[in-house]
Design a protein around this ligand. Structure first.
Ligand code: NAD
Length: 501
């Protein structure tokens, strides 16, 4: 029975505001129906085994590669991305499929725990088995419409879970096409579905699933965690950031300037791990700023820089700039909307900034790069850590080892030495936020294990007696022997060993 649709989403192109689609919103009933069908299909998917599940994911990889141009067209239109960046997203998804398919046997296989000296344990075999959460819900943002939705679903599917996806209401079209590929073109098992809508649909999804994989703002992440607490549902929250970059006096300034410009302006600054603030040691500050400004002036709208996602996002950028200017910041280039139809903003470089300004404290999520002069590395580290966020950071140093030592002192989930945004491109390492930037992580071992539940199974290694020494009935002699044995095994040092006798 189909549910009556009473509410719609209008998807618009940020580049020229043309209407791309009007889509019905899925209410709680439709979310519950989708969840029930996925739950019904999941046991057979899990029983298929990892090898067969990997085959379906490999078929999906091939389908994505064969249909890249069409999906990139959709992403370009709905997210206002430039083509070079939209195309990378699908390659990233394929990389996730290949990597987690390769690592699946190691991560999901049974783990045996070695024997113990304790007689109680020496006779036992301990195994940790992994079983998937039955239904994983993925709620995604608009800035990477496929990799931060379907990409997160991949380790869950490989682990044997079914997945219900909710894309951002701003960019639902590319993911809808990917799900159509899985369901209709591949005819794959019915363990992937999509629901469309805003907060109400997302909330209904949280109520239905066993694990929530959320990517979005810190504000919404808190709402998701509150809702999930009602059903004691686990969450992995990948949230916002205010990522610092530190440039030490001996750094390769040309590479550092290129990294700052790419890291600050990729996807028009609308990346969770964008470089959002830069601290430069005083002796090289002027030269670094001059190089950055030259490079930013050379960026081309439509080729290097895409549109901003919405007038509201431009509004945030304008608010941050107005606050910074009012408090004494200088704009060296940019500083206003671009002179073209649609939601475009000029790439902007700011100096004379400080931590009293919103642009240095809150996520701007736009093409703005504030640069601040510092006396030395310690001041840079202190300022980098002076933030409620802790997603990622960048350190530029002449000596990479010295850069790694600075990295150790920064409160963030990832620190890239002499590079920007790099950690997120390697699926083998965790990418997670500290502080208000999240709970959990994607990537690495945890990126797959979080979609599973650990089950400890204990079994006898030898024929078992009718009763264990610690079972009823208790008697004082056996209790004393047990207590002394425990003490002997756990005590360290002769004095405590002797008193065990
Ligand atoms: P958002 O928080 O506005 O929305 C994210 C998703 O949550 C959307 O699908 C939205 O419909 C849904 N949603 C909204 N309210 C909800 C509710 N009450 N319950 C359930 N779902 C709800 O974020 P956005 O504007 O789409 O994305 C930009 C933000 O995402 C930025 O803050 C950025 O830093 C962050 N982000 C983080 C990462 C990361 O990996 N840490 C990656 C990309 C983006």
């Amino acid at each position: 029975m189909s549910t009556l649709i009473t509410e719609f989403i209008t998807v618009q192109s940020p580049a020229d505001r043309s209407v791309l689609a009007d889509l019905g919103v899925d209410g709680p009933d439709r979310v519950a129906t989708a969840a029930a069908s996925l739950r019904a299909a999941q046991p057979a998917w899990e029983t298929l085994g990892l090898e067969q599940r990997s085959r379906w994911l490999a078929a999906m990889r091939d389908w994505l590669l064969d249909n890249t141009e069409r999906i990139v067209d959709i992403m370009e239109a709905e997210a206002g991305k430039v083509r070079a960046e939209a195309a990378l997203e699908l390659g990233w998804v394929c990389d996730i499929i290949n990597n987690y398919s390769r690592r699946g046997p190691e991560l999901l296989g049974d783990k045996r725990i070695g024997a113990s000296l304790l007689p109680l344990r020496a006779t036992k075999r301990y195994t940790i088995q992994r079983r998937p959460h039955q239904l994983v819900g993925v709620i995604g943002p608009w800035n990477f419409p496929v990799v931060l939705t379907f990409g997160d679903a991949i380790p869950a599917l490989l682990a044997g879970a079914a997945v219900l996806l909710k894309p951002s209401e701003v960019t639902p079209l590319a993911l809808r096409e990917v799900v159509r590929g899985w369901q209709q073109e591949l005819g794959a098992p019915p363990v992937v579905d999509i629901v469309l809508g805003r907060a109400e649909t997302g909330g209904a999804l949280i109520d239905e699933v066993d694990f929530v994989q959320f990517t979005g703002s810190t504000r919404t992440g808190k709402a998701v965690a509150r809702r999930a607490a009602e059903t004691l549902t686990q969450v992995s929250l990948e949230l916002g950031g205010k990522d610092p970059m530190i440039v030490l006096g001996d750094a390769d300034l040309e590479r550092a300037a290129n990294a700052a410009v790419w890291g600050g302006f990729v996807n028009s600054g609308q990346v969770c791990i964008s470089v959002e603030r830069v601290y430069v040691e005083a002796p090289v500050y002027d030269e670094f700023v001059a190089r950055v400004v030259d490079k930013v002036k050379a960026l081309r709208h439509g080729t290097d820089l895409g549109a901003m996602i919405s007038p509201a996002q431009i509004g945030i950028v304008e608010d941050h700039l107005a606050d910074a200017r009012a408090k004494g910041a200088r704009v060296l280039t940019g500083g206003s909307r671009a002179d073209r139809e649609g939601d475009w903003y000029q790439p902007t470089v700011l100096v004379d900034v400080n931590h009293a300004m919103t642009v240095m404290r809150e996520e701007t999520f736009g093409p703005v790069l504030p640069i601040m002069k510092v006396d030395g590395a310690q001041e840079a580290i202190r300022l980098a850590n002076d933030s409620p966020f802790g997603l990622a950071a960048t350190v530029f140093a002449g000596d990479a080892r010295a850069g790694e030592e600075v990295a150790r002192q920064i409160d963030a989930g990832t620190v890239n030495v002499n590079d920007a945004l790099h950690g997120a491109m390697c699926i083998d390492v965790p990418m997670g936020g500290w502080k208000a930037s999240g709970i959990g992580a994607r990537g690495g071992d945890y990126g797959m294990l979080k979609f599973t539940r650990a089950k400890t199974v204990t079994a006898p290694r030898l024929p078992a007696p009718a009763a264990e020494p610690l079972w009823f009935p208790y008697d004082s002699v056996r209790a004393q022997i047990a207590q002394r044995a425990m003490r002997f095994i756990n005590a360290r040092g002769r004095r405590r060993w002797q008193s065990s006798r």
